[in-house]
Design a protein around this ligand. Structure first.
Ligand SMILES: NC(=O)c1ccc[n+]([C@@H]2O[C@H](COP(=O)([O-])OP(=O)(O)OC[C@H]3O[C@@H](n4cnc5c(N)ncnc54)[C@H](OP(=O)(O)O)[C@@H]3O)[C@@H](O)[C@H]2O)c1
Length: 338
């Protein structure tokens, strides 16, 4: 960190300048059990002090609740924050395991208005398509998103969980600033195809769940036993039952590397994600999620850690040994279609 603030990077060839680590805000309203609003607000403030400027939300997080919750913070610091939100995905009330995906232009036009209203801003800095509906040609969806840029409702475009071919087709219609996909010591399925395509096109990578949804920090080892009944991680195959027990044992090399740096496990997981920028030669801005000011400080501290070749080699085998998929239904992930 320079002067207590994290370094900055351009988010792809066409994107904005942002702190090299962003903040995932999803857990403040959704997916990971009860949150304390005051503590979440303090986390947002502390993040900004540390130079974290990219704030990640989506209309799906709590059916708009997350965007509404963040709105006062964004308004207070409008010229200092980069607001990223997403459309395409909804989870019907009372059906936590069902996903409805819409990519059609009329839906996009309606979704952006709803997000702008909830966020209470004139323009969204980075607007992502959250999930792919394969029944709608991506050219049509990105065409509608590009129209929002021309109308001044959106500044930059992003895509989440797209394949390399989908990214190329989209980028041919309008420059894509960033691809947001799961990327961590446990989830590396984007490396063979999506990452090289992003590098070639000048698109940044925004790794989501870089802490393996908290598992890589060692803060929980079995979702069934330790997390509340509504916690999304109880639906994910790798964090429950026998898989969780097997995966917990994979943290040992991270522990060894962490001890050498007097760092936490989470800091090593984040340093690894960050360092993929050098390994793959493209801009990488991980967005760890937290609702605690102390943790945002700890996570920002990871931007100062550089792993050696030997340490990277010690961490290399982990992902191939992970038991269980990252989603119960992999069709909605890029790897499921690649
Ligand atoms: N595009 C997509 O499809 C997609 C999917 C998932 C997530 N996302 C975005 O990516 C962001 C990050 O992903 P994520 O939240 O799923 O997973 P993550 O960042 O890998 O992990 C978040 C979990 O780790 C815990 N945590 C954070 N820092 C910690 C620390 N220093 N020590 C111990 N535990 C710590 C958090 O708990 P506390 O909150 O209690 O600190 C939370 O339970 C989300 O907020 C969301 O904006 C996008």
């Amino acid at each position: 960190m320079t002067n207590g603030r994290i370094p900055t990077v351009r988010l792809g060839a066409t994107g904005p300048e942002v702190g090299v680590q962003g903040l995932g805000c999803m857990g403040m309203s959704f997916a990971y059990g009860p949150s304390d609003a005051q503590e979440s607000r303090a986390t947002l403030e502390r993040a900004l002090e540390l130079g974290i400027t990219l704030y990640d939300t989506a209309d799906a997080y709590g059916q708009g609740e997350n965007e509404r919750f963040l709105s006062p913070f964004f308004k207070a610091y409008r010229d200092r924050v980069v607001i990223a939100t997403k459309f395409a995905l909804s989870i019907p009330p009372g059906e936590p395991t069902r996903r409805v995906i819409r990519n059609d232009p009329p839906y996009i036009r309606q979704a952006v208005e709803a997000s702008l209203k909830r966020l209470d801003v004139d323009e969204i800095d980075l607007y992502y398509m959250h999930r792919r509906d394969v029944n709608v040609p991506i050219e049509e969806s990105v065409g509608a998103m590009a129209e929002l840029v021309r109308q001044g409702k959106v500044k930059h475009l992003g895509l989440s969980e797209v394949t390399a071919a989908e990214l190329r087709a989209a980028h041919a219609i309008h420059p894509i600033a960033a691809v947001q996909s799961e990327w961590s010591l446990f989830s590396r399925d984007i490396e063979p195809n999506v990452v090289p395509a992003a590098r070639e096109l000048g698109v940044a990578l925004v790794p989501y769940s870089p802490l393996g949804r908290g598992f890589l920090t060692g803060s929980f080892t079995n979702a069934d036993k330790e997390l509340t009944s509504d916690d999304f991680r109880r639906q994910q195959p790798r964090y429950t039952g026998e898989n969780a027990a097997a995966n917990a044992a994979l943290l040992d090399p991270i522990r060894t590397v962490a001890a050498g740096h007097e760092a936490s496990l989470g800091q090593i997981a984040l340093a690894w994600a960050q360092q993929q920028a050098t390994v793959h030669n493209l801009p990488v801005v991980p967005i760890p999620g937290t609702r605690k000011p102390g943790r945002v400080e700890e996570n920002a501290g990871a931007t100062a850690i550089v792993l050696t070749e030997e340490e990277l080699a010690a961490l290399e085998p982990i992902a191939s040994k992970v038991a269980g998929d990252r989603y119960a239904d992999m069709r909605f992930s890029s790897a499921g279609r690649e």
